[in-house]
Design a protein around this ligand. Structure first.
Ligand code: FMN
Length: 206
């Protein structure tokens, strides 16, 4: 089949997200206006540069929430923290996707403990095997169909990285051993597995 997204796909479900898989899950802690901690997962998330490292996530608008809490807080506070999601944290991650009123303490809702960060005021999720402390850079507005407002793509520089010491073997982090999860299409997820090595032409080690 061929379809033009603006004209519709003719299927019972939109295949777009299933065709862009697996997507890493950005799981963000941010500070609310009153200092409380917000938590939200985003699979429109990725690294976009590595020297210095930058990440992005994008937040769709809805009628009731033109700007979701993670995007709003990241811009207002100038910082956000990404926490890596492993299989053991899948239910807690999912619980934090519930669309609750601004200011809800989502750590308590999901049974998560928080731990302090080093360079930013926002805490990280203590059980996460790795966390990125990010300094907000900018927001790019992406046109969104309908009247709810644009999708907002938030960019941030990763200024500090926490990795659990036990997750480093011979100076390497192994996402398969740590059972990192990723988002597929529909309600499907994957655990990182079936990995293999392949060096680029002319490269002898990596
Ligand atoms: C695995 C997963 C990935 C998600 N990815 C996105 C996304 O990329 N963009 C988005 O706007 N919402 C996404 N959502 C929905 C948000 O998590 C949900 O709207 C949540 O309430 C936002 O939290 P916040 O307002 O506290 O930031 C995702 C939900 C799940 C479970």
């Amino acid at each position: 089949m061929f379809y033009e997204p603006r004209k519709g796909h003719g299927l019972s479900r939109d295949p777009f997200k299933a065709l862009v898989t697996p997507r890493p899950i950005g799981w963000f802690t941010t500070l609310n206006e009153d200092g409380g901690v917000n938590i939200g997962p985003y699979s429109y998330f990725n690294a976009v540069a590595d020297d210095p490292p930058f990440v992005m996530f994008s937040s769709g608008a809805r009628e009731d929430v033109a700007v979701k809490d993670s995007a709003r807080n990241a811009a207002a506070r100038g910082e956000f923290v990404h926490n890596l999601v492993t299989f053991d944290l899948k239910d807690a991650m999912n619980a934090t996707s519930e669309e609750v009123p601004y200011g809800t303490e989502e750590a308590a809702l999901a049974g998560l403990e928080l731990a302090p960060c080093t360079l930013v005021k926002t805490p990280r999720i203590a059980a996460a095997v790795a966390s990125f402390e990010c300094r907000y850079h900018s927001t790019v507005e992406i046109p969104q169909n309908g009247q709810d407002g644009p999708t907002l793509m938030v960019l941030g520089e990763v200024i500090g990285i926490h990795i659990r010491d036990s997750a480093l073997k011979d100076s390497r982090f192994d996402p398969e051993a740590e059972r990192i999860i990723a988002r597929l299409g529909y309600a499907n997820y994957a655990v990182v597995g079936g990995t293999f090595r392949m060096l680029r032409p002319g490269i002898t080690d990596a």
